[in-house]
Design a protein around this ligand. Sequence first.
Ligand code: ATP
Length: 238
Amino acid sequence: MPSPVLSIEGLHVRYGAIDAVRSVSFSLGEGEIVALIGPNGAGKSSCANAIVGLVPSSGAIMLRGRAIAGMPTDRMIGLGLSLVPEGRRIFPRLTVLENLIAGGVSRTASERSQNKDSMLKLFPALSTRLQQQAGTLSGGEQQMLAIGRALMGSPSVLLLDEPSLGLAPQIIDEIFQLIVRLRDRGVAILLVEQNAERAMEISDRTLVMVGGTIRREAKSAELAQSKLAEKLYMGATL
Ligand code: ATP
């Protein structure tokens, strides 16, 4: 595995009496896509949200060897870690451009301008709609905007929570091709997905999460062939 840029050790998330994430450990290497798959309620989103401090957790979270647990989210963005949350969470009443600017507040004006130019090359569809209200974009365009907004912070580690949710297969293809392009530019990506088959196609490694724990970690190509992920989903014990 490439040298880890993000390491998670013993991550635990509890909501009242529910232990949603139970002592989860994994790492993400430079320029690697790691898929975090698992059925509904497995704890995937809780994991991603806990890493960026959106939900309280215990355990160690290291970004390039630096402890970041408990750090304010905007500082984490400044250090190169960004989350694209489940359900996009764009600002619907703001324009596309205003949404993008909001994603770049941790950067200087000149960095923002550079990031915007390179980001719009990735998403030509957005470049003609900069003045359009974001809430009027299609679902796929809103997902692109949510990713673009995160890219405005120049992340080296990107957490993507269910980017395919509610999108047509052709649009999912476009989003996933984009994720591969980002990986090829050196961004390390944690891809949280319920669409396991698609996630395994583009990822290097896969973590299968069931009931708050990582039940299996394997190279994606091997896991996809063995159909083991499917069995784990169905509740098999190993
Ligand atoms: P999905 O794909 O459906 O989003 P997931 O694998 O991302 O599922 P989580 O959303 O992390 O799973 O949920 C894990 C568990 O924690 C579930 O039992 C869920 O009901 C519970 N949970 C999630 N958020 C909260 C919350 N804010 N308060 C209480 N329980 C929660």
